[in-house]
Design a protein around this ligand. Structure first.
Ligand SMILES: *[C@@H]1O[C@H](CO)[C@@H](O)[C@H](O)[C@H]1NC(C)=O
Ligand SMILES: *[C@@H]1O[C@H](CO)[C@@H](O)[C@H](O)[C@H]1NC(C)=O
Ligand SMILES: *[C@@H]1O[C@H](CO)[C@@H](O)[C@H](O)[C@H]1NC(C)=O
Length: 516
């Protein structure tokens, strides 16, 4: 008995020595039930489990099956309810939004319609269900809660009102505030070289966004989630709670950030990164391919590719020497059957992260979802982006500004447009710049840095990083320094008036003297 105990203690001490610089934390991860939102939290959760923490993942039950995805990575799953819409209904909303090309169109009617759809889809997304669930349970059982930007006006407010440490994550610096200069607003598809018209549009978008945020907050009754009580200003990401951003400067445009904001680069699942096995038939197909001789195509699963566009892509590639691996969503089966299988490998499921590391891959053709863009550039693969909706346009512009790929708008996807883009990628230094981007991304620290930040905030908090106006609860007059400016202005006017009057006196005296 005693010997067993000793061995057990020794093992515990060893384990503590090896892997636990901080003591084990109870961590809660809360995500909206969609892959684009959950992937980053799943990867962070996986790393936290490896580091010996007790991790619980929570979302709604739906077709994405986050219960399976989190438990297979060693987390507990806590269901916050069931998604009310079906996958078909949700995809229908997405296609409607895509067909509007809202913000990108710069057509005011389309923008208002897109904002209306966005507003309509928000309740269907189930984020209020998630918020309601967490309003009614004891949050203090967790040392730290990590959530993502879709839940910005929900989870941080609830957590703060219960005094539980909370951290946000997102793929982009998701903020419309951008002191002190105008910054390309989210989904505007603007580059950071802004002319007068663009800056004007950004200001107008700022007010429109504020209006919708306000309308939304009244409808969901702002106070219900305690945002008003716990946040001095509208929840601006990175000013009141830490903000972990999973991209890098160099792809994202540089801007001023708060002390609570950290860019960590792509957070990719370590387990998937270490997984080098491809499906057997894909591996066989790749066996006799040369290095850098294959194009990888993935146009996402939410928006279907039109037959015409698929055909243009096939025709464009037929003029080159490239082979193709195509992750096909719901593209027309006849088109797939008509293509030459020695040149094309098609499948509805391809382990993207493993494939992108393969030496045969030369470039990718993607729809511009942030996950795909980051995974591709992480391995130095340049991209032709064919954006369809929302922030895909933003990423397309960033990719092309960074010189690591090209943007092809849907109407520009002709066989000739595609062939020319492939040639440009090969001849104009894109591979080299993509390799540099890969270095930037790997230096971000990724999953390890993100997990370390969660451990640090969970153990020590982040009060020391909160700026004065927020810590001391300044009102807006103090925040914008309005009182000081008014006093200075009044003082200046007074001085000018005094000077003017004394000058008048001088001149009138002088004239008097002359008259004498
Ligand atoms: C892990 O967390 C869950 C949920 O917070 C809790 O019920 C459980 O007791 C914890 N387990 C350990 C070993 O601390
Ligand atoms: C949270 O902390 C504040 C200040 O320390 C305290 O006044 C408040 O009662 C606490 N709230 C809860 C729910 O513990
Ligand atoms: C392909 O690339 C790998 C590693 O990048 C290298 O080891 C190998 O020699 C290359 N093969 C050819 C045929 O160039």
């Amino acid at each position: 008995m005693k010997g067993k105990m000793k061995a057990y203690l020794l093992l515990q001490a060893l384990l503590a020595y090896c892997m636990c610089p901080v003591s084990s934390l109870d961590v809660l991860l809360v995500s909206a039930p969609f892959p684009g939102h959950a992937n980053c939290l799943l990867a962070i959760g996986e790393e936290l489990v490896v580091r010996g923490h007790n991790v619980t993942f929570s979302s709604l039950d739906n077709w994405v099956n986050l219960r399976h995805k989190s438990t297979e990575r060693g987390m507990r799953y806590l269901s916050a309810g069931k998604q009310a819409v079906t996958q078909a209904e949700w995809n229908n909303i997405i296609s409607k939004r895509a067909s509007l090309q809202g913000f990108f169109s710069k057509n005011p009617l389309a923008i208002i319609e897109e904002l209306r759809l966005l507003d309509q889809s928000r309740p269907l997304s189930g984020i209020d269900e998630i918020a309601k669930y967490f309003m009614n349970i004891n949050l203090q059982q967790w040392d730290i809660i990590v959530t993502e930007h879709y839940l910005t006006h929900r989870i941080p407010c609830i957590a703060k009102s219960r005094n539980v440490t909370v951290v946000m994550t997102s793929m982009t610096y998701f903020s419309n505030e951008s002191p002190p200069w105008p910054f390309p607003s989210y989904e505007s598809a603007y580059s950071d070289n802004l002319g007068f018209k663009e800056r004007g549009f950004i200001v107008i978008m700022f007010f429109i966004n504020r209006f919708f945020a306000l309308a939304n907050s009244f409808r969901t009754s702002f106070d219900k989630f305690s945002c008003k009580e716990t946040f001095k200003y509208p929840v601006e990401l990175g000013w009141e709670v830490p903000y972990i951003i999973t991209t890098v400067l160099g792809l994202e445009y540089p801007r001023t950030i708060s002390p609570l904001t950290t860019y960590v680069g792509p957070v990719l699942s370590q387990a998937l990164l270490n997984q080098h096995l491809l499906p057997v038939d894909l591996n066989d197909w790749l066996r006799n391919k040369n290095n850098k001789s294959v194009i990888y195509i993935s146009m996402g699963s939410q928006l279907s590719l039109s037959d015409k566009m698929a055909q243009e892509i096939i025709n464009g590639i037929s003029d080159t020497d490239y082979h193709v691996i195509w992750s096909v969503g719901d593209i027309n089966k006849d088109i797939i059957l008509s293509i030459d299988s020695s040149r094309y490998y098609t499948s509805s499921w391809i382990p993207q992260l493993t494939l992108l590391q393969h030496s045969s891959i030369s470039m990718a053709i993607l729809h511009g979802g942030s996950n795909g863009i980051h995974e591709s550039l992480y391995f130095g693969i340049p991209i032709i982006v064919i954006p369809g909706m929302g922030d895909q346009f933003d990423w397309a512009v960033r990719v092309s500004d960074a010189g690591v790929g090209l943007q092809l708008l849907r109407h520009e996807v002709t066989s000739r447009g595609l062939r020319d883009s492939i040639r440009r990628i090969d001849n104009d230094g894109y591979h080299k710049r993509a390799e540099k981007m890969s270095v930037l991304m790997k230096r971000g620290g990724g999953i390890k840095r993100a997990a370390e930040l969660v451990e640090f905030y969970g153990t020590y908090g982040y009060d020391h990083l909160i700026p004065g106006p927020i810590k001391y609860k300044w009102n807006w007059i103090q925040y914008y320094n309005v009182d000081v400016h008014i006093v200075l202005l009044v003082g200046l006017v007074a001085i000018v008036m005094i000077l003017k009057r004394s000058c008048k006196c001088c001149t009138s005296k002088k004239t008097k003297i002359k008259q004498i």
